[in-house]
Every structure is written in C-alpha cells, then in structure tokens.
Design a protein around this ligand. Sequence first.
Ligand SMILES: Cc1ncc(COP(=O)(O)O)c(C=O)c1O
Length: 413
Amino acid sequence: MSTDQNTDQNTQPAPRYALSARAAALRSSDVRELLKAAQQAQVISLAGGLPAAELFDTEGLRAATLAALDTNPAAALQYGLTEGQTALREALQAREREQGIALAGRALLVTTGSQQALDIVARLLLDEGDVVVVQRPSYLAALQTFNLAGAQCLGLDEDEEGARVEDLETMAFPRKPKLVYLVTPFANPSGATLSLRRRRWLLEWAARNEVLVLEDDPYGVLRTEGQELPSLAALAQDVPGARAWVGRTSTLSKAVAPGLRLGWLVLPTALAEAAARVKQSMDLHTSSFAQEVAAHYLAGGRLPAHLARVRGAYRERRRALCQALREAFGGALEFSEPEGGMFLWAHFTDGTDTRALLPAALAAGMAFVPGDAFYAGAAPRDRLRLSFSTETPERLREGVARLRKAWEASRRG
Ligand SMILES: Cc1ncc(COP(=O)(O)O)c(C=O)c1O
C-alpha cells in the first residue's frame, strides 16, 4: 500500500526550488555531517559547544515557570513588546550596570539568543559586499550570519593577547569596514581573551574611524581564574568618542540554559531604535513566556549559587583535560589553558591534519572539531577545538586516551 506521499515521490521529479543566491551559498558543513556520529552514546564528545545539561537548575526553573504563570499569566502568554518584557529588561540592565556599563544614551533590546543579536546587527548595517572584520579563527555561526547578509569577512590573527587589532591599521580593505565583530573573553573556538591594552587601542581606533565594534560576550560569566577585564562597553566611557561606536551582546545561554533562547543587545540609542524595527520584522518579539520565566528566575536569587556550581565543574573538567593532554601528548600537542569559557584550542606540532584524523578518532570513540571549520578563508590544518564542558573528568581522560590511540594509528598508517 502506498501513501499519497510515496506515490508523489515515485512519480514526480524532485522539485527544483529557486533558492535565493544567499541561501544557496549556505552550505551544510561536512564537519557537521561527520560529527553526527558523535551523538552516539559510546562516543565521548569533546566536539559540542554545549553547557553541561546535568547542571541545569531544573528545580529553580520549574519554580520560576510556575511563578510566571501564577503571578501574571497574561504577561507570560500574551504578545509582548519588541524591546523585551519590562521585568527582564530591568533585570538585565541592572546586570549590565553592575559590570560598569553605563546605559545613558544606550538601549538594551532582549533578543532570541545572542545569535539573533548578530543577525539584527547584520541586517541593520550590512549591504552586499560590505566588509566585516572578525578574528581568525571565528565563531562559525557569526561568519554564516554575516555571509548571509552579503558581507565579506576579513580576519585578524590572534596571539596570546587575543585578536591583533593593531593590524586594522595596516590591513588592505576593499572598502571601509562597517563592523568589527569580536568575542572578547574566551573566544569560540580559540579561548583567547582580548587584553586590556588592545581593548583600549581598539576603542580609540573605532572612535577615530567611526566603525561600530560589536562585542560578543557569552563566556565572560564562565571565568574561573584570573582577573575579570572591563568590557569594551564599560571601557568606552573613558575613551573620547568611543561610546557611540560600541555595541554589545550577551546571553543567558551559558549562565542559565540555552533552551530559553534569551540574549540581549546593547546599542547606542539611535541604532537601537532602528534595531528594534529590524527585530520586529523578524519575530515581533522574543518569547514572552521565556522572558517572564527568566525574570522570575533572576529575581529568585538562585543564579549566583548555580553559577558557582557550573564554574566549579568546568574548572575541574578543564584541568582534567589539560592534564590528560599533557600526559598523553607531551610536546606533540600545544595549547594554552584559558581562565574560563568552554573550549581548549590546540595544535599538533608535527603538522597532523586534524580533519584527516577525525574519522579515526570517531572510530576510536571520541570526537573533536577540526580547526579549519572556524576559518573564513585559508585555514591551518593542524588545529582542533576540544570542549570540556559536557564530559566528566573521567570521560575526558578516556577521550584523550582514545584521541592518542587514533593519532598514533594515523602516524603509523
Ligand atoms: C561566540 C558565540 N556567540 C554567540 C553564540 C550564540 O549563543 P545564543 O544564541 O545561545 O545566545 C554562541 C553560541 O555558542 C557563541 O559561541
């Protein structure tokens, strides 16, 4: 017996949809295809970029959900304001102020994850052929967003002080950049943090050249060691003219839960008003239900203890991973240990091609992301990103043992 659908499939030629040139240019990454195998339970995955699910504060979120429905169901269930629900906006504004970010002359927009903040800024500023300066390597989904907007991404290399922003002075741009996009603390994938010196330099450059700098800060909240640095948005107060040229986005994804899909975008007021119009055309507003739950959660006062638990676990996991890698690879694998975040960025000193290594690693029962996935153009082949957030120290050690086995086999063969 055949269903209508089957009949259709058997008799009709596959429809040829005329995708927009931009959508057609978005290719599914072959790494993503390879990493589907990493979802099997027996594979120890150091490939994901996810928070640890077993640490979610389910109890606190359950209470916040009930409180949202009990206290003001209409606020949670009705359409809301494009800028965001008042209670959550106020809570997020208070958090920003605590971080030394003055909000006079700026507005905060609640977004559907910080990913949407990137999309809003892209739609707000970018025309076909516009130049966006990013760090190299870069957060992949940001590159996709800027490319989808028709922009070309040019990369700043990184060193131990983060992106080499001074190169902005000497880079040959096909046209004046519209945007500089940087993940300032604990970048994805490199874990690099932009130094204070470079932050100041960048702000002076932005003010002088009138180019918007968008600071993406999803990982600052996961600092486990060292001195917290003031954000670009906070520092801009002391650099003449810079406040008008800094935007900032952050998220509740790493601090609370990514399933909430809640982020925020802070922009100079004139830009924020235009950004709200852009957002309105995208989704009217971010889920009022999620926003009300988050507002109750933040008001409930459980976040500091939750964050302490998450940071403690990530610190232990990161240390276990670093130690296991040092013991297993010695000088064959170089990496610097970040003071927070979720990722370790390593490279094989013998030039091992990590993309070629991945199938062997998967066969041995572990997964990582080959480094070349994070580059817009020419990419080194000897890098890999290892995430330490989702696996226990014991499984991280076992994952490293499997990686070592795959690497040895690749050197023999
Ligand atoms: C650098 C960076 N920016 C933005 C995001 C998007 O986060 P979300 O949309 O969940 O807030 C991520 C997610 O991993 C990220 O790594």
